[in-house]
Design a protein around this ligand. Sequence first.
Ligand code: FMN
Length: 220
Amino acid sequence: MPRALIVHYSRTGHTARLAHVLAAEIRRRGYEVETEAVRVERDWNKWLLPLPLLPLLPLLPVYLMSARFRRVWHRIYFQPEQAIRPLVLPDVSAYDLVLLGTPKWLYLAFPVARWLKTVRGLTGKRVAPFATFCGPPLKVFELEMLFDPLESRLRTLGATVVDRMAVSSNSHPYFFFGEMERLFRFISRKAFGRPLVDFTLDGEVGQAEVQRFCDAVCSK
Ligand SMILES: Cc1cc2nc3c(=O)[nH]c(=O)nc-3n(C[C@H](O)[C@H](O)[C@H](O)COP(=O)(O)O)c2cc1C
């Protein structure tokens, strides 16, 4: 029986829920599945988390407009890391497939960046990242901004990226009255002509994406 490992970090539970659903789907496709939930040594105050991410904000219009700028930015931006507890599975070389889940914190979540520095055995592995973020699957602001830096790190470690997937959590910790959720709901209607809930795990598009991703990673 082929073996899959599903690793994820989740601060508020949405990526954990997605990891759980993926584990059931991958098992249903004939894999033996093990899981690792990455835990931080110490939770950072939520208002401190965005501080190291602020340098992109004044450059955001250029980032969104220029693919060339994005390529350069992804090479030079500062990726924060957060200390994680010792891993239960620090060596992934025994698995045929590794799924790596992260919430989007503008780029990859800080504990996941540390996991990539800590884990052993990714060389030659088939790896598929998955994620949750608040917004709909905007090609540049959500998907490219998260997956390009994440996948380039995976490739540097010798992994083969076989697919990627993301769903909306329809949830954002900033600011006070659900302002970010409201903004992303508006953008979803404008950009996709669909409500944001369609892109969540409970929505039509989100559920189809889970099936597509699991079929793809299990057949490759
Ligand atoms: C520091 C930080 C940055 C975030 N950046 C984004 C973002 O760029 N786009 C987005 O849609 N959501 C963003 N979010 C929201 C999370 O991605 C979203 O709530 C995610 O589903 C949380 O996953 P979790 O519950 O597994 O921790 C951010 C959240 C934090 C804490």
